[in-house]
Design a binder for this molecule. Structure first.
Ligand SMILES: Cc1cc2nc3c(=O)[nH]c(=O)nc-3n(C[C@H](O)[C@H](O)[C@H](O)COP(=O)(O)OP(=O)(O)OC[C@H]3O[C@@H](n4cnc5c(N)ncnc54)[C@H](O)[C@@H]3O)c2cc1C
Length: 384
């Protein structure tokens, strides 16, 4: 396990710890890449291919704002800056931080929204209709006061996950795609590997970043992680000529244009269903898009996706070592696209050096209650 004495032994031997990452969505991929760069010997297992399950169905907006509690705002805000660091090191990552435009919505006082965000150090400003038109000349609705958050953006999340895994593999990590982890393997003191195809694969540390499957994988430790998976519907159009420069957050229509020209839209970035079923919701969203952008019927629906958001019971990220069970680290969250770079960096540093960043203080799994020691749950050493 990755205790202090063990880390000293790693340093003296010049060999990093043997680490298994369960899941190659955007969270597992980021942790795997940061760990590999930091000297860990990493094997990534995914039941499918690298890229994830929630990740390809995400709106992938990178943001923070004062409607989150301050510690969560701070973590998200830090991660927004970390996207710039990650893009400098890996310029092939498809991420664009070209800003978001917030249009008025019921119950939102834009002036207050901007003032409070700015007080927290967020780069956001009020703009008038003329400035909005300069920024988005194709938007057909008349707009008055709006807000522009200059550091927000979006990533093509599935490709980011695939790039991070590929970059980790280039640096020595091993990817075992289409290989489902059947369970954790326990020693006296905690987790010492995983079971794959009925065989034990040993590890000093196992990181469970399995999205909505995380709770099930960690439950043999005696820890019931409260995790829900609310669905979210997004519509995708066929590619069109450039129409949008920013992410536009209008009442009932959150929309962005992908680098290939496709428009991606939801009623909000969560993909809230509008009317009964996905097809009916998609039709409403297509009508809203056609009203907002030029092209009319040329704006063709190419697909509807329903994604399931890995959402811990209190809505906040779960990131940290499982209390009372050595060798197990849990990483599951909504807003995994916003949080990808910070989570990868913080988790890798904690696993490799033992240092936990203070920004993570409220987000450990222990907030849901202590887990019994694995040995107490499973008796003697052996497969769990
Ligand atoms: C509609 C929608 C809109 C969203 N909008 C945003 C947004 O605007 N901004 C934002 O930041 N976030 C957003 N999110 C959330 C974000 O997409 C997720 O937080 C993020 O993708 C989670 O990534 P992950 O790697 O944890 O999970 P996943 O992408 O689900 O990856 C988990 C991986 O684990 C693998 N796995 C599972 N079980 C096993 C096993 N036993 N063995 C091996 N592998 C296993 C799976 O195959 C999968 O590849 C949205 C999500 C949805 C669905």
């Amino acid at each position: 396990m990755c205790g202090c004495a063990t880390r000293v032994a790693y340093l003296m031997s010049g060999k990093g710890p043997q680490i298994i990452v369960a899941g190659a969505g955007i969270i597992g991929a980021s942790i795997a890449w940061h760990l590999t760069r930091g000297g860990g010997r990493v094997t990534v297992f995914d039941a499918g291919e690298a890229g994830g399950v929630a990740t390809p169905n995400s709106f992938s907006w990178i943001n923070s704002n004062y409607s989150f509690a301050r510690p969560y705002f701070a973590l998200r805000h830090h991660s927004m800056g970390e996207w710039r660091r990650l893009s400098r090191v890996l310029p092939q990552l498809p991420v664009s931080l070209s800003g978001s435009l917030y249009l008025p919505a019921p119950g939102v006082d834009l002036e207050k929204f901007v003032k409070r965000n700015r007080a927290w150090g967020y780069r956001i400003e009020l703009i008038d209709g003329a400035r909005f038109r300069e920024l988005e000349p194709h938007w057909r609705h008349e707009t008055g006061l709006a807000a522009r958050a200059g550091d927000e953006g979006a990533a093509e999340a599935e490709e980011v996950a695939q790039c991070l895994v590929a970059a980790a593999v280039e640096e020595g990590a091993v990817l075992r795609a289409k290989t489902r982890i059947e369970g954790l393997v326990f020693s006296h003191s905690g987790v010492c590997g995983v079971r794959v195809n009925g065989e034990t694969v040993p590890a000093d540390e196992v990181i469970v970043a399995a999205g909505t499957a995380t709770a099930e994988l960690v439950s043999p430790c005696g820890f019931e992680l409260p995790l829900t998976a609310p669905p979210g519907i997004l519509v995708h159009t066929a590619p069109v000529a450039p129409l949008l420069n920013s992410i536009v957050l209008a009442d009932g229509l959150h929309i962005r244009q992908k680098p290939g020209g496709e428009l991606l839209a939801g009623a909000d970035n969560q993909g809230t269903e509008l009317d009964g079923d996905p097809e009916a919701s998609a039709e409403i969203l297509m009508q809203r898009m056609r009203a907002a952008l030029p092209g009319g019927d040329a704006l063709a629906l190419a697909g509807i996706t329903t994604g399931y958001r890995p959402t811990p019971g209190d809505g906040l990220p779960v990131l940290g070592r499982a209390p009372g069970v050595s060798g197990l680290y849990i990483a599951v969250m909504h807003s995994g696209v916003t949080l990808c770079p910070a989570v990868g960096d913080f988790a890798a540093r904690e696993i490799l050096t033992g240092a936990r960043d203070t920004l993570l203080a409220p987000f450990g799994p222990e907030r849901f209650g202590d887990m019994p020691r694995a040995a107490a749950v499973h008796g003697d050493a052996g497969d769990g």
